[in-house]
Design a protein around this ligand. Structure first.
Ligand code: V47
Ligand code: SF4
Length: 379
């Protein structure tokens, strides 16, 4: 006889996960609402190890936010500044090049470039940022501008985003970061960031980038005003685009940080929600090779535990992070490679340095080169 409280849907979910079959929207909601943390960890770990074995990836990178001045007023954002605000800044070419040179000297393989949509700066200014860095530091991979920025460039120029992406690619663009996705569902998006690129535009721009051979990431901002069904809907929409293009590399769930935002009355997401979201994301996004525990946002301790809840990547050494620190993150500005490797080993995983496109990075003294592709392992 079966116990009266046997969870029939969970048994079906377990069967599907073990057989490598796709979970439905309803399964995703059920995992969030009815399944305990230990079971979530066990199931997500199964998928994580099937795709990435015992490896846990990190990279050596630096952030560059060339301006924080922004025409938009997303309610969750503590980074932006008004045009005339004393907090607002625009970096000069010399400052931008110095940041890139510093990254290069430190042996970084990637520069992550995102910022505000300035009221007065022309399209050419954003293009110039990528061009001058690429000319001076051709080995640095430039992961630059979110779909919201690409949508803004279209509004500035009246030109189709696919032409703009191609122009940037010729100037040295390497890939697209996953920001600006927030929550796709209009019940949430219209309340937290109504004027910027909508879900259809965000997805279209990533589709266009993938068709041009550019890889990209995807994010989800959780723990603000959204409900479980909005999160699961978000994951399903990403999974559908990935079915079509295969161009996404990594999914990054982003925990909302409320300090200094217009949503400062909302408490920070709990550790429980962080780990649940990591696990459900890993289980729903069956066609994404990687799920990242971004330590700057999760905190080092939760990020380390997340390596047992579906995550296989910790992001990077990250220097000069502003978006989360302006919103109250108490994570350090930087982790050394030794610290990241120790955190990974302590979690029982094998640390592997990767470049942005998931090739293994080999280091000898102060020089680095790329080795085998790690992407094949995850597909
Ligand atoms: O688009 C802004 C989010 C994103 C807050 O692609 C906030 O590898 C929480 O996308 N609380 C930018 N989140 C960061 C981002 C990212 C980070 C790390 C790696 C990658 C990648 C991408 O940060 C924004 C927005 O969704 N955000 N303010 C806040 N107060
Ligand atoms: Fe501007 Fe981005 Fe902040 Fe929104 S999240 S206000 S688009 S900088």
């Amino acid at each position: 006889m079966q116990p009266a409280n046997r969870d029939v849907r969970l048994s079906a979910i377990r069967d599907k996960v073990e057989a490598g079959q796709r979970l439905s929207f309803e399964d995703g909601v059920h995992l969030y609402e009815n399944v305990d943390l230990f079971t979530l960890s066990e199931l997500a770990n199964l998928v994580r190890e099937r795709k990435n074995g015992n490896n846990a990836y990190y990279n050596v990178n630096t952030h560059l936010n060339p301006t924080n001045v922004c025409v938009y007023r997303c309610t969750f954002c503590a980074f932006r500044a008004d045009l005339k605000s004393p907090k607002g800044y625009v970096m000069s070419d010399a400052q931008i090049l110095e940041r890139a040179a510093e990254a290069d000297r430190r042996g970084a393989t990637e520069l992550h470039i995102v910022g505000g949509l300035h009221h007065q700066l022309p399209y050419e200014w954003y293009l110039n940022v990528v061009r001058i860095i690429h000319e001076a530091h051709p080995r640095l991979h430039l992961k630059a501008y979110t779909a919201v920025e690409w949508d803004w460039f279209q509004r500035l120029t009246g030109r189709p985003t696919k032409d703009l992406l191609a122009e940037f690619k010729a100037a040295g663009l390497g890939s697209l970061p996953g920001g600006g996705a927030e929550i796709f569902h209009p019940e949430v998006r219209d309340k937290i960031c109504e004027h910027k690129a909508d879900a259809a535009s965000w997805l279209r721009i990533h589709r266009e980038a993938h068709r041009l051979g550019l890889r990209s990431n995807a994010t989800m901002l959780y723990g603000q005003i959204e409900e479980v069904r909005h999160r699961v809907d978000h994951l399903v929409r990403l999974r559908e685009l990935q079915d079509e293009t295969g161009g996404f590399q990594t999914f990054i769930p982003l925990a909302f940080h409320p300090d200094n935002t217009n949503l400062s009355h909302i408490p920070k997401p709990s550790g429980l929600l962080d780990l649940k979201t990591m696990a459900v994301s890993r289980l729903m996004l069956d066609n994404f090779p990687h799920v990242k525990a971004y330590w700057v946002m999760l905190g080092i301790k939760t990020a380390q535990v997340a390596l047992s809840f579906g995550a296989d990547d910790l992001d990077g050494t990250v220097v000069h992070e502003k978006i989360y620190h302006d919103a109250g993150s108490d994570s350090p500005q930087e982790l050394s490679v030794e610290e990241i490797r120790r955190l990974i080993r302590e979690a029982g995983r094998v640390p592997v340095e990767r470049d942005t496109l998931y090739n293994e990075v080999l280091r000898e003294d102060s020089r680095w080169s790329t080795g085998r592709s790690l992407q094949l392992l995850a597909n």
